[in-house]
Design a protein around this ligand. Structure first.
Ligand SMILES: NC(=O)c1ccc[n+]([C@@H]2O[C@H](COP(=O)([O-])OP(=O)(O)OC[C@H]3O[C@@H](n4cnc5c(N)ncnc54)[C@H](OP(=O)(O)O)[C@@H]3O)[C@@H](O)[C@H]2O)c1
Length: 333
């Protein structure tokens, strides 16, 4: 059986992913005792993976070596099992490779059996997956958002942000988004229930933030100059939940906030959080997300690309802002 997968050739420069990856054709090797073979049907594109493609060794995950297959989350069906906890035919989410098949140790790959009754399987990579957990944890636990507070979310039209924005609304907060472009901002206010949305590319970021009239919680996906602009508008005792710093991933730069002193002046709490740290809470988080999802209160638009050969153009959208919602790659199976 053939397996096509993306392998890292060299460190990508900026968004030049076609120079940095190659599509390999190989055979699916036999699993060893304890392993399962998963036929991937949908691959998740996640902005945080860009950090693993740099040489930095101080990130929350070590870099992936040149020559290795690119890793990421996906869902698919178990087609061969040498692990008693998994049967052929099980629908699973695993941390595998960007390929037709992933051969994994289920424990190391964080394999989770999925309820086939959920009709839209894509949801396991969005509202019912890592993005959902991250959004809920960041707003409620790290951000400690309370009803009536003003919550601002950056990269608000992306997968994690769009969920954080809606969850803040569901928890009774006034939820504001920051996103690139008028179309995205309109989508957030007209379809996602945002109290307001600011197009940071329009040159009116400062005015838009001023109009909010004080920010209690900032769910930050971006870092860089937007973080500085927000810090200056935080209310006293506000919380900044650092989810991601996507504006720095490609450049490898560290744009620490210039407005750092305001953390003291306004008595802010700034805290990073990382989804694998609360993986043990996954079931509880999924149950709450599932309730909102089933009632249609938590929505996710998908930016779907078809075919593994087209994956790199899907991945690039995360860094050029080409997506609204969750970027996925659907595979022929
Ligand atoms: N801490 C955790 O456990 C955890 C888990 C999941 C994700 N994350 C973080 O969540 C963030 C979003 O990830 P995602 O996978 O959900 O991707 P996403 O939000 O679907 O896509 C990334 C978005 O970031 C925005 N962006 C890209 N470059 C930017 C820049 N220089 N300045 C401002 N905005 C920029 C783009 O939207 P615009 O058009 O608005 O620019 C793009 O759509 C990332 O920082 C990621 O690391 C963290």
């Amino acid at each position: 059986m053939k397996n096509r997968y993306w392998r890292i050739k060299s460190r990508p420069q900026g968004n030049a992913f076609t120079d940095a990856f190659e599509l390999i054709e190989d055979i699916v090797r036999e699993p060893v005792e304890g392993e399962i073979v998963v036929r991937n049907s949908i691959l998740s594109m996640d902005a945080g993976t860009r950090m693993w493609l740099t040489d930095r060794t101080d990130g929350y995950q070590p870099p992936i070596e040149d020559g290795a297959p690119m890793t990421g989350l996906g869902i698919g069906q178990v087609i061969q099992s040498r692990n008693s906890a998994f049967d052929e035919g099980d629908l699973v989410r695993v941390f595998g490779i960007w390929g037709d098949y992933s051969i994994v140790d289920p424990i190391l790959a964080g394999a989770v059996k999925l309820d086939p009754a959920v009709s839209d399987r894509r949801a396991w990579l969005g509202p019912l997956g890592m993005n959902g957990w991250t959004a809920l944890w960041g707003v409620e636990v790290t951000g400690n958002a309370k009803p009536g507070e003003n919550v601002v979310v950056s990269a608000a039209a992306g997968a994690t942000g769009i969920l954080a924005l809606q969850i803040a609304g569901l928890l009774g907060c006034e939820a504001y988004g920051i996103a690139g472009g008028q179309d995205k901002c309109r989508f957030l206010t007209e379809k996602m229930g945002a109290a307001g949305a600011i197009d940071y590319k329009s040159g009116a970021l400062d005015e838009g933030l001023d109009a909010i009239g004080g920010i209690d919680v900032y769910f930050d996906n971006v870092g860089g100059p937007i973080l500085d602009a927000v810090i200056k508008r935080m209310n006293h005792y506000g919380r900044i939940a650092i989810c991601g710093l996507v504006s720095d991933y490609s450049t490898g730069q560290r744009t620490a906030p210039q407005e750092f002193d305001q953390i003291l002046m306004r008595r802010l709490r700034v805290e990073g959080f990382f989804s694998p740290d609360f993986m043990d809470q996954g079931e509880k988080l999924t149950a709450r997300l599932h309730g909102w999802f089933e009632r249609g209160e938590l929505q996710m638009p998908y930016d779907a690309t078809h075919g593994i050969e087209n994956l790199l153009s899907a991945y690039a959208k995360l860094f050029t802002g080409g997506n609204i919602g969750k970027v996925i790659v659907e595979l022929d199976q």
